[in-house]
Design a protein around this ligand. Structure first.
Ligand code: XIL
Length: 338
């Protein structure tokens, strides 16, 4: 096919990424990945339940294979994710008490589990990754009072076991590893979805600002959180102006921003009319116009999957290629947004 590689269109702007599983790293799927993308995120292989399902037993084999293959094919790798409330083993922050009830671990025990996981994983992959999502999805969906970010945190198991400083503690643990390896140059990200919601984006802004301001005072102005990842799970009714407002709010913090899991839901039941497909293409174009205009502060735009057939939201056809790997209007919106 004579399609223009997406990564070539944006070579001076930002990295262009996709989410991968091991099946994406063979045959025509690998060809398409290499043609259009220059960075990969593991869709699942580097999540806590994949790497330490049992306490103290790290299972790196599959992730290593995936990462090494990605690097051998000439793409970069982003790490996803160290701390999350999903796809994480229960033992990390809960236990079963004498009555058979699930209860939260005490702060110290949970903190030890949190830090051990982070330090072991960051050290293991080392500079094979360019960046890590250190904490994923810590904020509530629509905070009523974003100024009070601590009250806006999701009541996740980590929050309940450790307390509201678990986010900061997680970044401190990751930073401790990086400080031992000055040559690694790995960026530490906070990652979340629905950040086009202005209340949620303000709450995240306030959290990152407070954590970074505190760190800067004692570390010669250095950042603890290097970047904010806007997942970008959108739909055709998403208002691009809200995406732009949040993007600019984060950039004003002095951190880098990446779009980490972009997809745009359109249609349902695996059906996509031409009209919806065009609307989807138009939204992708509007978004990339905004991203291009802010390219100086954007490190990476990652699409969450290659084709509608294998998307985590397959029935809503959210990606750039259809299930036969044919380019959709969404692809053309991305490569030709103007
Ligand atoms: C999704 C994967 O794509 C699915 O394969 C898996 O079943 C569930 O997780 N936010 C994230 C991603 O940070 O890790 C999620 O990925 C999608 C939502």
């Amino acid at each position: 096919k004579d399609l223009t590689p997406i990564k070539d269109v944006y070579s001076k702007d930002f990295l262009i990424g996709n989410a991968v599983s091991s099946e994406d790293l063979e045959g025509v799927r690998l060809d398409l990945l290499k043609k259009h993308f220059n960075v990969a995120t593991a869709g699942n292989a580097m999540k806590p339940d994949a790497l330490q399902r049992t306490k103290g037993t790290f299972t790196f084999d599959e992730a290593d294979k995936l990462v090494d293959k990605v690097l051998a094919e000439g793409l970069k790798m982003h790490g996803h994710t160290l701390v999350w409330h999903q796809q994480s083993p229960a033992w990390m922050n809960t236990k079963t008490d004498a009555k058979g009830q699930t209860v939260y671990l005490g702060r110290q025990e949970a903190l030890t589990n949190l830090k051990t996981h982070i330090k072991t994983v960051v050290e293991h992959f080392g500079k094979k990754v360019i960046s890590w999502d250190v904490v994923n999805e810590a904020m509530n969906d629509n905070p009523v009072n974003p100024a009070n970010w601590k009250n806006s945190l999701r009541q996740s198991p980590w929050y309940k076991a450790v307390g509201s400083d678990y986010v900061e503690q997680a970044f401190l643990a990751a930073r401790e590893v990086l400080d031992k390896h000055p040559d690694w140059n790995i960026k530490l990200y906070y990652n979340d979805y629905n950040l086009d919601n202005q209340n949620k984006s303000k709450a995240v802004y306030n959290m990152v600002k407070e954590i970074n301001d505190r760190y800067k005072k004692t570390h010669k102005g250095k950042l603890l959180i290097d970047g904010i990842g806007m997942q970008g799970h959108y739909n055709i009714s998403t208002n691009p102006t809200n995406v732009q407002l949040s993007l600019e709010r984060f950039i004003s913090l002095g951190v880098e921003v990446s779009i980490t899991e972009l997809d745009v839901q359109a249609g349902s039941d695996f059906k996509l009319t031409d009209k919806l497909s065009d609307a989807q293409g138009y939204l992708y174009a509007q978004l990339f116009k905004i991203f291009k205009a802010h390219a100086k502060s954007i490190a990476r735009i990652t699409v969450w999957g290659m084709d509608d057939g294998t998307s985590w939201r397959s029935s809503t056809n959210p990606l750039l290629f259809d299930k036969n790997l044919q380019a959709k209007p969404a692809y053309y919106g991305v490569v030709n947004p103007d």
